[in-house]
Design a protein around this ligand. Structure first.
Ligand code: TTJ
Length: 640
């Protein structure tokens, strides 16, 4: 709050009144705006005074009423604003509160606990008075009733002593925002409700009642949260339908000198970070030292705990802060004597000593909590580990997309055996597993329209190799280069070099893994390729059935037995172990000849299934990854 500048004003009432003129000249300077935000700010400014009284443990109920005509009434059951004459000004203290700029909240500072009112603007009741067409304050104090009224900040008359009353102590302020000052005058119940609920969370045990008395929209809600910011976390989870990961909200608190900090936190099964920080009950949307201290300590506490308990192995890297904040809802609230709000919008706390205070409290208390709650610790740790893996995977996916310069060149992969025809509509590419199959395909193809791209030779055992490593290195770059249309958000279907893209793999487990891998890759990084129907599987036969000069091919066992029966005595069946076993003519005849071959056009559903299979193969849970990756790379809906 501002300093006590009362001496500057001397004893003259005229001088005091002049003090409020700047407020009416430049209202935006004091309340931010003269739009809806400023209008609502008037209410908070008055309520803050009652909150101060509550923080001094002298008030536990604050009532805010929107009356007919958008008149606001704020009433509390505190001690009542002092009415005795202020020696320096020669007028009652309550009059000073409403007529002297920056005079609010300075009474009884020593014994009143945390003096925290006046956050974002912190301009006090006199500013509200200056911007009100009229304002009336009623003080109930020690069985007596006092009243004073103002118009546009100027007293209607002196403070009146209205005589005895049975009512308990308290203060009531009623005001009507000045139409000359505000663009809009209508109050929004929901906006007030939201902010007052926040105040109720931030000030545990204080009941705040909001009532709308305006005709046709009468409603009222009383908000009291004994759990304070713990209840805030519960509320956020309930309101958003979020499932907590562990039963109790973790509550960490401590103080040092005049400052205190409290943190309430709980993880849920979502992936979003929901951290709200406050300084002196004012939200700090841009964070600041309190939030920094919290994040730093959270990361350190979990990593140290993980190392100590062997949850993180020697070779493992530390979990990053972001990993530990996935699915975290946290409220950080600090109270300090002189909050410094920084930045253009004063939305960031700047007091450096608060960083150390918060990080110290959070680290120590969190370590303690984790020691005492190993099951909770484990659940959180595992979630963060998953986040870490997903982050790694997403990074690889992005790297791949970013490698576009290398992928955009007209350079063709060394192993590509291209066709003569240049019109993509007429051409086909066969992506073939293994060098020997590549050799047969190269010799057996129609070199006018068919291009061959052999992949990987034989060295890749897909079952053993972590498939994500395939993405991590350059194994798929030749495919991207040969197709010519890039990947991710750079994908351009008009640059496609072959309108039919065949995946030709062995009819065995390895072969099907290759298919799965390529389809997953297309699905994630070149989805339109599938959507436009450019992708096919070329199916080589499994059996050759021969009788004399007569040769037939079967694509499965059933077909084979039927053919055997048809050909009769002397027919012999042999099983192809792989594409490499076929000679060029056989490969052409059975798998590549447009007149005879068996091909399957891949639909987006097929690719989606491949993607699922792939993820199961990888032992991933699909949904969580999906949500995570969707944020990071176009077409990359799942983790790679
Ligand atoms: C200050 O310390 C001495 C006893 O009175 C304390 C005080 O000023 N309490 C107080 C002020 N309670 N409520 C207010 C207050 C309430 C409203 C609605 C508006 C204003 C400006 C002050």
């Amino acid at each position: 709050m501002a300093q006590n500048n009362t001496t500057e004003y001397g004893g003259s009432q005229i001088e005091v009144l002049e003090g409020l003129e700047p407020v009416r000249k430049r209202p935006g300077m004091y309340i931010g705006s003269t739009g809806p935000s400023g209008l609502h700010h008037l209410v908070y400014e008055i309520v803050d005074n009652s909150i101060d009284e509550a923080l001094a443990d002298c008030c536990d109920h604050i009532e805010v009423t929107i009356k007919e005509g958008d008149i606001i009434e704020v009433s509390d059951n505190g001690r009542g604003i002092p009415v005795e004459i202020q020696p320096k000004l020669g007028i009652p203290a309550v009059t000073v509160v409403f007529t002297v700029l920056h005079a609010g909240g300075k009474f009884g500072g020593e014994n009143s606990g945390y003096k925290v009112s006046g956050g974002l603007h912190g301009v006090g009741a006199s500013v509200v008075n200056a911007l009100s067409e009229w304002l009336t304050v009623v003080v109930r104090k020690d069985g007596r009733l006092y009243r004073q009224s103002f118009r546009r900040g100027i007293e209607d008359g002196p403070l009146e002593n209205l005589g005895p009353t049975d009512e308990p102590n308290g203060t009531t302020v009623t005001f009507k925002p000045d139409p000359e000052m505000f663009e809009v005058l209508e109050y929004d119940y929901e906006i007030l409700n939201r902010r007052l609920r926040e105040e109720a969370f931030l000030n545990a045990g204080v009941r705040i009642t909001l009532t709308d008395e305006r005709a046709g929209r009468e409603q009222s809600e009383s908000m009291l949260y004994e759990g304070g910011i713990r209840s805030f976390v519960d509320y956020i989870h309930e309101k958003n339908g979020l499932e907590p990961l562990h039963p109790q909200v973790i509550y960490l608190t401590g103080k040092q000198g005049d400052s205190m900090a409290e943190v309430a936190m709980q993880y849920n099964s979502s992936f979003a970070e929901r951290i709200h920080s406050f300084a002196n009950n004012v939200e700090t949307p841009d964070g600041g030292t309190h939030e920094d201290g919290f994040k730093k300590a959270l990361t350190r506490a979990f990593n140290d705990y993980g190392r100590a308990k062997g949850l993180l192995k020697e070779k493992d890297e530390n979990l990053e802060g972001g990993d530990l904040r996935e699915g975290l809802t946290a409220i950080i609230s600090v109270k300090l004597t002189e909050a410094q709000f920084e930045g253009q919008t004063k939305a960031k706390l700047g007091n450096t000593e608060i960083r150390t205070l918060v990080s110290g409290i959070v680290y120590d208390k969190l370590r303690e909590f984790l020691e005492e709650n190993p099951a909770v610790a484990k659940a959180i740790f595992e979630k963060a580990m998953q986040a870490s893996h997903a982050r790694e995977a997403a990074r690889r996916a992005r790297d791949l997309v970013r490698r576009k310069s290398a992928l955009e060149t007209n350079r063709m992969p060394g192993k590509l055996v291209d066709c003569r025809e240049r019109d993509p509509e007429k051409t086909e590419i066969y992506i073939v597993e293994g060098d020997s199959a590549g050799g047969s395909a190269k010799m057996g193809r129609d070199s006018n329209i068919q291009a061959i791209l052999p992949l990987w030779g034989k060295m890749l055992n897909v079952e053993k190799a972590r498939i994500d490593k395939v993405y991590g290195n350059d194994k798929l770059t030749p495919v991207v280069l040969a197709l010519g249309c890039g990947i991710g958000d750079e994908f351009d279907i008009t640059k496609l070099r072959y309108h039919k893209v065949f995946i030709m793999a062995d009819a065995d487990v390895d072969g099907s893994h290759i298919c799965t891998l390529l389809l997953t890759f297309f699905f994630r990084f070149m989805r339109p390729l599938i959507e436009h129907g450019h992708v096919y599987i070329a199916q080589p036969p499994l059996f050759k059935i021969q009788k004399g000069q007569k040769v037939k091919y079967a694509y499965n066992e059933k077909e084979m037995s039927v053919m055997m029966a048809e050909m009769g005595q002397g027919a012999k069946a042999s099983r192809y172990k792989g594409l490499g076993e076929m000679n060029p003519e056989q490969l052409w005849e059975t798998t590549m000849d447009p007149e005879n071959r068996v091909i399957v056009q891949i639909t987006i559903e097929d690719a989606m299934k491949a993607d699922e299979t792939f993820s199961i193969l990888m032992g991933d849970k699909v949904e969580p990854r999906k949500e995570f990756i969707e944020k990071n790379a176009q077409y990359a809906t799942l983790d790679v």
